[in-house]
Design a protein around this ligand. Structure first.
Ligand code: PEP
Ligand code: MN
Length: 487
């Protein structure tokens, strides 16, 4: 690799190719025993159909620009990592149901439209702090997610076939989501179908039912008088209003496995309404752009955001809206230089900053980051990830998070944005709406209105990655946000 290539952060867009990341050092790289096998799998993925469309991606960009203008709230949520085994109808509808329930509370309480992006239909790969880990007293290669190797400590060699399997599991998940969305499950007019039956706290249940009834009544009234929804629904100027009470839903994952992302990056015609303003014209006069069609939204993780690294190189060329994780190790000027690289034209709707410092550290870092971004003039949406800076190991050895620490980072974040004359645009959460056969939620985070104790963690700890908020704990967070925006 030449030094000119390494320093080519200022390379023009014209020099970008879906494969130009290969000339840069890639953090968190996976070493496959058989490169030829990997190439064969990636060629297969390259030939398979896109999972999402250019129109859907542009629509999300349009809606994220509204989040940047404080006209909508972004909910980014789901599992830390999906597993192939959890790809079932029940699990997917439980996840969608929780995202919808959460957003309903925010829409009703804060009177803000909610843009929903799931960590779903492709969130398989995991960055790891170390290449090896100890399992049952033995040092083995770290588990890197279902699309790389197996959770089974005896099967940790990366297998390229898992990338193909990830494609098909993403497709099955997306198909299930699309059919749920189009068959009325997600309609805000019928919120009771989202599995409230399992909520055990009587107060939480009563409060949610009150909101659901209020919203149903309001929607009926609007339908009766013929009023439309807020115009968040399309990128076409003046058009694209959706059906009242129906919702948009988008997919996302961390863009970690660049070979896979490249294989699903397609040079597609820009949707008609944007033909004049977006993309580069081909020989027939059609404007085209590179879209990553594996998900609507991709984010760069905290471990792969090196300015001269492969991930940043890949991300700078795709048209999708992107997220960037921002933690305590990010210097103020580094953040601005990163924004210069991934959004040189300072386009609205392109970048969402997902801050994740930890409850103890946020006061030391967020004000500086807000000030630096403001001085730079970059348009961004700020959202708070109160999960990843607050992970600890319980006395029994389980990875957990305290509900009160999560709330502490979130409330500090809300406060700091106000103090800095900024506004928090949304949240990024790891949560799950799954219940077991007896109707009990998972027990992975301590506390919340259900007062889950450390001793109870082992009861239904199901995450094979980071600990997630359960259904009740998630709704607690939704009410907290709502109360903030109400005042
Ligand atoms: C994640 O979002 O699951 C994650 C690993 O986050 P981060 O990159 O912020 O540590
Ligand atoms: Mn995680």
């Amino acid at each position: 690799m030449t030094s000119t290539k390494q320093n080519s952060q200022t390379t023009s867009k014209a020099e970008w190719m879906p494969s130009s990341w290969k000339e840069k050092p890639a953090a968190q790289g996976v070493v496959y025993p058989d490169e030829t096998h990997l190439k064969k799998v990636l060629s297969k993925v390259e030939a398979l159909p896109p999972l999402v469309s250019a129109g859907e991606i542009e629509r999300l960009r349009f809606q994220l620009a509204a989040v940047q203008r404080n006209e909508a709230f972004l909910l980014h949520a789901g599992d830390c990592a999906e597993s192939f085994d959890a790809c079932t109808h029940d699990n997917i509808s439980a996840k969608l149901g929780l995202i919808l329930s959460f957003s309903l509370i925010v829409i009703w309480g804060a009177r803000l439209p909610v843009v929903r992006i799931g960590r779903i239909a492709g969130q398989y790969a995991k960055p790891r702090s170390s290449g090896t880990e100890i399992v049952n007293g033995k040092e083995v290669t770290s588990f890197r997610g279902d699309n790389v190797n197996s959770l089974d400590p005896d099967a940790r060699t990366p297998d390229p076939e898992r990338l193909l399997s990830a494609y098909f599991h993403s497709t099955a998940t997306l198909n299930c989501l699309r059919s749920l969305l189009s068959s009325g499950f997600a309609s805000l007019n019928h919120p009771r179908s989202w599995s409230l039956e399992h909520v055990r706290s009587a107060t939480l249940k009563a409060e949610f039912e009150r909101i659901a009834e209020g919203l149903s009544g309001a929607l009926d009234f609007c339908n009766t008088v013929g009023a439309g929804p807020p115009d968040l629904t399309g990128y076409e100027q003046g058009g694209g209003r959706g059906v009242l009470g129906e919702v948009d839903f988008y997919t996302s994952h961390e863009g970690l496995m660049l070979g896979y992302e490249e294989a699903l990056t397609r040079h597609l015609p820009v949707p008609p309404a944007l033909q004049k303003v977006v993309g580069t014209k081909d020989s027939t006069g059609v404007s085209k752009a590179y879209y990553n069609t594996s998900a609507h939204f991709l984010w760069i993780g905290d471990r792969t955001r090196q300015l001269d690294g492969a991930h940043v190189e890949y991300f700078r060329g795709i048209r999708n809206p992107i997220g960037i994780k921002v933690g305590p190790s990010m210097a103020d000027d580094e953040l601005v230089r990163l924004l210069d690289i991934v959004n040189p034209d300072r386009e609205f709707g392109r970048v969402t900053l997902i801050t994740r410092y930890g409850a103890q550290k946020i006061d030391n870092f967020l004000p500086g980051h807000i000030a630096a971004v403001r001085r730079s003039g970059h348009p961004v949406a700020w959202i708070c990830d109160p999960m990843h800076g607050n992970t600890l190991t319980s006395s029994s050895g389980l990875k957990t998070r305290h509900f009160r620490t999560i709330i502490s980072e979130l409330t500090s974040c809300l406060r700091i944005h106000i103090e800095c004359g900024s506004k928090l645009g949304g949240v990024s959460l790891e949560f799950t709406g799954e219940f077991n056969d007896e109707g009990f939620s998972v027990t992975e985070c301590i506390g919340g209105s259900m007062e889950l104790s450390e001793e109870e963690l082992g009861l239904r700890y199901q995450s094979f990655c980071d600990p997630r908020l359960n259904f009740e704990q998630s709704l607690d967070v939704a009410f907290l946000i709502t109360n903030h925006f109400k005042t």
